[in-house]
Design a protein around this ligand. Structure first.
Ligand SMILES: [Mn+2]
Length: 468
């Protein structure tokens, strides 16, 4: 059986909170999703009979481990990093797929009839933020996927969207130069690994992000042809939206509350998606991705980033013992924590520079900690910054670096709608001296409280820890 949104929901069934009370998806799910710790299924959507809505599937490492078929949360980053080095899977085109059960073509394809929420107070409108966005390079024929924010308007078919200067933008520039409309599709409701890998930013000369994900899942990607445009889309999606982007059309887009939990960052005139068809399953589940603080929005982007950097940072000095990489969702996406055991002096600072100049613009601050620090625990990381770091020696700030377009704390250069920001990046070495200086390293070892390891005490621990 192929990996689908439904197979994942079945797998994590015991964690899913089902909400049968009527909820307005446009005005009410934003807050509920942003407050939830785990998977939600809204089964009674006011104004949208026959639809369900789900979100918060992979917010924490437990959800991510489930998506990757792992038991141990500490394996998530190293496992994904390993699978990524194995390369992409294959794809095949089917004659029919579940996503074709209902077909709405032309005038019937009204974007406003999908249960697309308003994410945040102050947003310019309802936003589709969960569509895996598919385009194809007109020269090479290779598809690209990403997840783009797309704003609904009063027009049933017109939706401006924000395209950062990435692979899909290169496709658009080629169509623009030829004066032709670009076919584009949104696939909503896939197995989370397909969603995660759609946010991967590496080079892929002869495969696309969905085939890369299929390789990680150990399956062949199944596609179907679109109804109204020349493009292939995932056969097992819940919903597919097809359409065209006309080369010269623009509409205002934004503001939109982003993963930064700030309401500004990239608003301006934007290209416009014109919907030509919607196909979906008979009893469709709308996969939402709430875009505020610490939701699925952060790990969807940072998980492939963590795995990419894990592989990259291991190559520092030819071989560095990187144990884990974590981009904490509570710090949006601009901070990276690396767990490392260094042999030699200079190894950690060089690794920090490599992290700060890596493929993603997100990384503004990198903190290196030892193997005995829990990188998923902010208190433990800040303890290391406090007690294993001399700011005069162990912190460096690099000016004139390029940072993420949505990092509004960094000044903007120029006034193009694809934003350019130039500012500082910071490396913090909160590790002990390297292993070859064992005695100095020992001076920064933690002590254990007396009684740790004693069986009797261990039995009482549960009680003690419950105390408020
Ligand atoms: Mn790409």
């Amino acid at each position: 059986m192929p990996h689908t949104l439904r197979s994942f929901l079945e797998q994590v069934d015991n964690r899913v909170l089902r909400i049968t009370d009527p909820v307005d998806p446009i005005t009410q799910v934003g807050y509920l999703c942003s407050e939830s710790k785990g998977p939600l299924m809204f089964e009674n959507l006011f104004g949208f009979d026959d639809w369900r809505l789900t979100d918060i599937l992979i917010k924490d490492r437990a959800g991510q481990a489930a998506a990757l078929g792992l038991d141990d949360v500490k394996e998530v980053c190293p496992f994904l990093a390993g699978r990524m080095t194995a390369g992409p899977g294959k794809s095949r085109i089917l004659d029919h797929g579940p996503v074709k059960e209902v077909k709405l073509i032309g005038a019937a394809a009204d974007l406003r009839k999908l249960p697309i929420p308003i994410h945040s107070d102050g947003d310019a409108g309802r936003y589709l933020g969960s569509g895996v966005t598919i385009t194809r390079d007109p020269e090479t024929g290779i598809r690209n996927e990403s997840i783009l924010r797309t704003q609904l308007t009063d027009d049933p078919h017109k939706a401006p969207f924000w395209m950062a200067a990435r692979h899909n933008y290169q496709h658009f520039l080629k169509y623009k130069a030829a004066g032709e409309p670009m076919p584009m599709a949104f696939a909503i409701g896939l197995h989370p690994v397909y969603e995660i890998m759609s946010n991967w930013s590496g080079l892929h000369p002869d495969f696309d992000e969905l085939e890369y994900a299929a390789g990680i899942l150990g399956e062949t990607l199944e596609l179907v042809q679109c109804e109204t445009i020349d493009l292939e889309v995932p056969a097992h999606a819940e919903i597919v939206i097809e359409g065209l982007v006309h080369p010269e059309e623009e509409l205002p887009e934004g503001p939109f509350g982003e993963f930064t939990t700030l309401g500004t960052g990239a608003e301006g005139p934007a290209p416009v998606f014109t919907c030509t068809a919607i196909t979906h399953r008979k009893d469709p589940i709308f996969r939402h991705m709430q875009a505020t603080w610490f939701t699925d929005h952060q790990p969807l982007i940072t998980l492939p980033m963590e795995a990419t950097y894990y592989n990259r940072l291991k190559e520092t000095h030819g071989n560095t013992n990187v144990i884990d990489v974590f981009v904490p969702p509570w710090a949006s996406q601009f901070m990276m924590i690396v767990q490392v055991e260094a042999k030699w002096d200079g190894q950690v600072p060089d690794m920090l520079m490599s992290a700060l100049s890596g493929p993603n613009l997100h990384v503004k601050t990198v903190i290196a900690v030892d193997e005995d620090v829990d990188i998923y625990n902010a208190e433990d990381v800040l303890w290391a910054v406090s007690c294993r770091c001399d700011p005069a020696q162990d912190v460096f700030i690099h000016p004139n670096s390029r940072l993420h377009p949505l990092d509004v704390s960094i000044p903007q250069v120029g006034d193009e709608y694809t934003v350019m920001r130039i500012g500082g990046k910071m490396g913090i070495d909160a590790t002990r001296p390297p292993t070859w200086r064992a005695r100095e390293r020992e001076n920064l070892s933690r002590v254990d409280p007396m009684g740790k390891g004693d069986d009797t005490v261990e039995r009482l621990l549960k009680l003690v820890r419950q105390q408020r």
